[in-house]
Design a protein around this ligand. Structure first.
Ligand code: FE2
Length: 188
């Protein structure tokens, strides 16, 4: 289950109701998915998309998403750091950022127009929808791996627009979940 930390208030939320409500208050939709036909996390993209087809179709209908794919990254992924560098600075998109985590972990930071920055650590089973226009940034945890289903209204709308606020530099890109081994040093 996702964990939420509000660093500026020294608060951590770790129960489903609090996490869901806290995120909803800043416009972030969060839920847990159980596949109708479970597959292994290392199944092919086609198998995964078929397994989650009912959930994906429901989301498409709700959010106007037209395509879905599966992204997999790990430390062996070519160009990984360059890819991460595009998204670990505060930015927004012209379309929603919708991710369902199949395996691995990741760390979203959200900066609401009003209220404190929230760090959201996501893991397998978590669906998160960051609405278009939301200021946010994303890091992998130090094991550098994640596999996720992505949904798009228009893949070309997913280009990041940078705020250049540098607010992201005030927050550590460090995961803290219970199964997580802290890194030896911060990543930047
Ligand atoms: Fe993004």
């Amino acid at each position: 289950m996702a964990l939420v930390k509000i660093p500026d208030e020294n608060r951590t939320l770790a129960d489903a109701a609090s996490v869901t409500q806290c995120l909803a208050e800043v416009g972030i939709h969060y839920e847990r998915w159980q596949p109708s036909h479970p597959v292994e996390a290392d199944a092919s993209p086609e198998e995964i998309l078929a397994s989650y087809a009912p959930e994906i179709e429901k989301l498409k209908a709700q959010g106007g998403y037209v395509t879905a794919d599966v992204i997999s990254v790990n430390p062996q992924t070519q160009g990984l750091e360059a890819m991460l560098a595009k998204f670990n600075r505060e930015h927004w998109h012209d379309e929603d950022e919708v991710r369902f985590i199949l395996s691995g972990r990741g760390l979203f930071h959200i900066r609401p127009r009003q209220g404190p920055v929230m760090a959201i650590e996501v893991e397998a089973g978590d669906l998160i929808r960051v609405p278009r226009g939301t200021w946010h940034w994303f890091d992998l945890c130090s094991d550098r791996q994640i596999r996720a289903i992505r949904l798009f209204q228009d893949p070309s709308g997913w280009t990041p627009h940078y705020t250049d606020s540098r607010v992201d530099q005030n927050y550590q890109p460090v995961c803290w979940g219970p199964q997580y081994i802290p890194p030896q040093a911060t990543l930047r």
